[in-house]
Design a protein around this ligand. Structure first.
Ligand code: KG4
Ligand code: ZN
Length: 365
C-alpha cells in the first residue's frame, strides 16, 4: 500500500511517499528557518502563510521523487495534531482536497505518535539491510519523544498503543535548547547550533542542575536549567560583580555544561522508566526515540551506550526523520489504515494531543 503523507504542524512543510509503512520512496521537507530567524522563534502567522505557498509544490516534488503519478497513491495521511492550529489547518485542508479528488481514504495521524514511529522507517542506521519492518523484535517498548513542543516517555505495546508515563511540567527539551541558544547569542534554530558549539567546550566548567522531581518521578522539568544558564551568562541576582565576558571559550563551556545537564536528565528518566518496568516484571525489548532533539550528538551516543548495556534494541531515526517530516506520518498511517481507521472529510485539526497526558495506572510498568 502506498501512502502520501503531509505534515505542516510547525515550521516545516513536508510531504512523503511511503510503501507498506516503512519503505520511504520520497521525503521532501521545505524548512522555513530563514523566515523565522530574525524573530528568534517560529511566528505562527508567517508559518501558516508559508505552508499555503509551499504545500502544493512540496507534494508534487514528493510524487516526482518517488517516480509515481498521483493515481498510484492508495491513501492520504496528514499530521492533524498537535501543533500550531493555523499551520495544521493548511495540511489538513490540502489532504482533504487530495483525498476527495482521488476518491481515496484520508487518515489523521498524531504527530507525537509518528515521532515515536520514526525509527522504523527504512534507512535507520541500526536496521541497515532490513527489508521489512522489524516490529516483532521491538515490542513491548519504551519510547522517548524529545521535540521542540514535547518531552515525554511512553510505554508502547505496538505502534498504535501508547500510554504516557511521564512528560514535561514546563518547557520541552527542544524549547529549552532554543531558549538557551538565544541566551548564548546563537542563531535560530538554536538546538543544532548549541549542539555543535557544545562539542568544543569543557562540559565540567559549569555545573548546571538536573531536575529529578523526586525519587520516582518520570516527569521532566527544564526551566531551572534554563534559568541557571541565564544567571551564569548575565550574573546572579544580588551578585555585586558583573559576570565574566561571554567570549568564545566561555560560550562553548556554557553550551557543553547545558548539554551535559539536559541530556543527563533525559537519560536518567529513561533509566528510571526501565528500572520501574523491570521491577514490575515487564520486559521492554527496545527503546524508540523520536523528535528533533533525537538528532543531538550527545543524546544519540548516550542512547547507543545505554541500549547496548541494557541489552535493548534501539530504534533511533536517521537524521532526515528526526526533525518534522511526513515520512513518519505516512509510515504510521499504514498501521492505522490496516487496523481499519479512516477519518473521512470531517477530520479536524487540533492544537493539542491527549497522548502526552499521563494515563492513570500507565506507570504500572
Ligand atoms: O520535532 P521537531 O522538528 O519539531 C517539533 O515537533 O517540535 O523538533 C524541533 C526541535 C527544536 O527545538 C530544535 O532546536 C531541536 O528540535 N533540535 C535539536 C537538535 N536538532 C534539532 N536540539 C538539540 N540538538 C540538536 N542537534
Ligand atoms: Zn515534531
Amino acid at each position: 500500500m502506498i501512502v502520501l503523507g503531509i505534515e505542516t504542524s510547525c515550521d516545516e512543510t513536508a510531504a512523503a511517499v511511503v510503501r507498506d509503512g516503512w519503505c520511504v520512496l520520497s521525503n521532501v521537507i521545505a524548512s522555513q528557518h530563514d523566515l523565522h530567524a530574525e524573530y528568534g522563534g517560529v511566528v505562527p502567522e508567517i508559518a501558516s502563510r508559508a505552508h499555503v505557498e509551499r504545500i502544493q509544490p512540496v507534494v508534487e516534488r514528493a510524487l516526482r521523487d518517488a517516480g509515481l503519478g498521483i493515481d498510484s497513491i492508495d491513501a492520504v495521511a496528514v499530521g492533524h495534531r498537535p501543533g500550531l492550529i493555523g499551520a495544521l489547518l493548511v495540511g489538513v485542508a490540502s489532504a482533504k482536497a487530495l483525498a476527495w479528488s482521488l476518491s481515496k481514504p484520508i487518515v489523521g495521524v498524531d504527530h507525537i505518535q509518528a515521532h515515536v514511529y520514526s525509527g522504523f522507517l527504512s534507512g535507520a542506521p541500526l536496521q541497515e539491510g532490513a527489508d521489512s519492518l522489524a516490529l516483532d523484535d521491538a515490542f513491548p517498548a519504551l519510547a522517548l519523544v524529545v521535540s521542540g513542543g514535547h518531552t515525554a516517555l511512553f510505554r508502547c505495546e505496538d505502534p498504535l498503543r501508547l500510554a504516557c508515563i511521564g512528560s514535561t511540567i514546563d518547557d520541552a527539551v527542544g524549547e529549552a535548547y532554543d531558549k538557551a541558544a538565544v541566551i548564548l547569542g546563537l542563531p535560530h534554530p538554536g538546538g543544532p547550533n548549541l549542539d555543535a558549539l557544545a562539542v568544543r567546550g569543557d562540559e565540567r566548567a559549569f555545573q548546571f542542575p538536573q531536575s529529578r522531581l523526586g525519587p520516582e518521578s518520570l516527569d521532566f522539568s527544564f526551566s531551572g536549567l534554563k534559568t541557571s544558564l541565564l544567571y551564569a551568562v548575565r550574573g546572579y541576582p544580588g551578585q555585586p560583580d558583573p559576570p565574566a565576558p561571554l567570549d568564545e571559550a566561555r560560550r562553548a563551556d556554557l553550551a557543553a555544561g547545558f548539554q551535559r545537564a539536559a541530556v543527563g536528565v533525559l537519560m536518567l528518566k529513561l533509566e528510571r522508566a526501565l528500572d520501574r518496568a523491570r521491577r514490575t516484571g515487564a520486559k521492554p525489548r527496545s527503546v524508540l526515540v523520536g523528535g528533533g532533539v533525537s538528532a543531538n550528538s550527545r543524546l544519540r551516543a548516550e542512547l547507543v551506550r545505554f541500549a547496548g548495556e541494557q541489552g535493548l534494541g534501539l530504534f533511533l531515526p536517521p537524521m532526515p526523520f528526526c526533525m518534522d517530516n511526513a515520512a513518519m506520518i505516512a509510515g504510521l498511517a499504514w498501521h492505522l489504515l490496516r487496523s481499519g481507521a479512516s477519518d473521512g472529510l470531517t477530520l479536524e485539526a487540533s492544537p493539542s494531543s491527549a497522548l502526552t497526558h499521563a494515563v492513570p495506572g500507565a506507570g504500572a510498568w
